[in-house]
Design a protein around this ligand. Structure first.
Ligand code: GTP
Ligand code: MG
Length: 341
């Protein structure tokens, strides 16, 4: 039963695997070491394919024939080099999913900052279960301390947002314990300094330093109290950008990170919106060009590839495989012949 579920995951995600996977040395070694692939026979067979896509297709065809461990070995092999692919192969019925973002804050900032931030994160695609916000995440009967500490040390937690305000800086217990637990667990942090000041956060920065020199050293997003509502959508987008891509495509339906040359929250937000709403049909197929000797096959392919056509094109020796002919735009002929010059 379990095995069927695994292969089902592989089939459902085949398209994305073929598109994003580079069957590189680390994956090869992992699968050979795990006894899933045979060094000589399987790798030679896979390498006989020309394109990266075909190699991956061949690999995906072999795996189901290699027993129940093949799936988990393959998923483990992806963890370092292709974390987003390892993630889509998580068997949701088995994994207990935990929050990916934790918001460390003082109770005084709930109304003015944390709840609106939470709403913005939801609007931009995170699920309620992706975010640990004590008001929502802690249920009656939960052991608060235990819930908080276990969430902060869990594997699924990717980012701790620290809402640093004078209220937080005056607290010596909860937020501090949370912050220190994050440090111990080497969690990535996203501090946001929220304050009303006219000195460009100078005095505030000293206050932060007194509270925790480590916190002061972390690069922080600074927000003036008056601008909070304008800035929140951008801040939420920056937070989402720091997470690994989502499976069902909000921060990134294409399975790739937000391009790093997209600077600033506004561009990031526009990008995420376009990913969510936009679509581009991609048609791909395999084609064979067959014809008699010297009938113009190679020249035809060269034309498709935008390469120059030669009068003295040499005879093709055997079969030529041309990977990834991208036609970009097909233009329909209007009855006019293309003249050979
Ligand atoms: N006049 C004319 N000549 C062409 C055209 N296409 C190709 N040729 C010429 O025909 C010859 C053969 O073209 P290739 O593209 O090499 O033909 P091929 O089918 O790949 O040939 P083989 O690989 O030897 O089987 C070359 O001298 C080309 O320059 C065409 O559309 N018009
Ligand atoms: Mg030829």
């Amino acid at each position: 039963m379990e095995e069927t579920r695994y292969w089902d995951l592989l089939i459902r995600n085949r398209e994305q695997l073929v598109r994003d996977l580079a069957f590189d040395d680390s994956i090869r070694l992992h699968l050979v070491d795990a006894g899933i692939l045979n060094d000589a026979r399987d790798l030679d067979m896979i390498d006989s394919y020309q394109t990266r896509y075909d190699k991956v297709r061949a690999l995906l065809d072999i795996l189901p024939r290699r027993g129940p461990n093949a799936f988990t070995a393959f998923r483990d092999a992806l963890k370092d080099s292709h974390p987003h692919l390892a993630r889509i192969l998580q068997d949701e019925s088995q994994e207990v999913k935990g929050p990916r973002v934790f918001i460390i804050h003082a109770g005084e900032d709930k109304d003015s900052f944390v709840r609106p931030l939470f709403t913005n994160l939801l609007q931009q695609g995170l699920a309620v279960t992706d975010i640990f916000f004590n008001e929502v995440s802690i249920k009656p009967g939960d052991n608060i301390r235990e819930r908080i500490l276990s969430t902060l040390s869990s594997q699924t937690l990717e980012l701790a947002v620290v809402v640093v305000s004078s209220s937080l800086l005056s607290k010596q217990y909860w937020p501090k314990l949370e912050f220190e637990t994050c440090l111990q667990n080497r969690k990535r942090m996203f501090p946001i300094w929220v304050d009303a000041n006219n000195d460009n956060f100078k005095a505030f920065s000293e206050q932060v330093g007194k509270y925790s020199p480590t916190l002061k050293q972390l690069v922080a997003r600074r927000v003036q109290r008056d601008n909070v509502s304008d800035e929140l959508p951008g801040i939420a987008a920056e937070i989402i950008q720091q997470l690994s891509p989502l499976e069902s495509g909000v921060s990134d339906p294409a399975g790739s990170q937000v391009p790093i040359d997209l600077q600033g929250p506004v561009m990031t937000e526009l990008y995420i919106k376009a990913c969510r709403e936009g679509s581009l049909p991609v048609h791909s197929t395999r084609a064979q060009v067959v014809g008699q000797y010297r009938s113009g096959k190679t020249c035809f392919i060269n034309r498709l590839m935008g390469e120059p056509v030669r009068l003295d094109e040499p005879i093709t020796d055997g079969i030529q495989i041309t990977p990834d002919v991208q036609t970009k735009t097909w233009k329909q002929s209007r009855g006019k012949e293309i003249k050979w010059q």
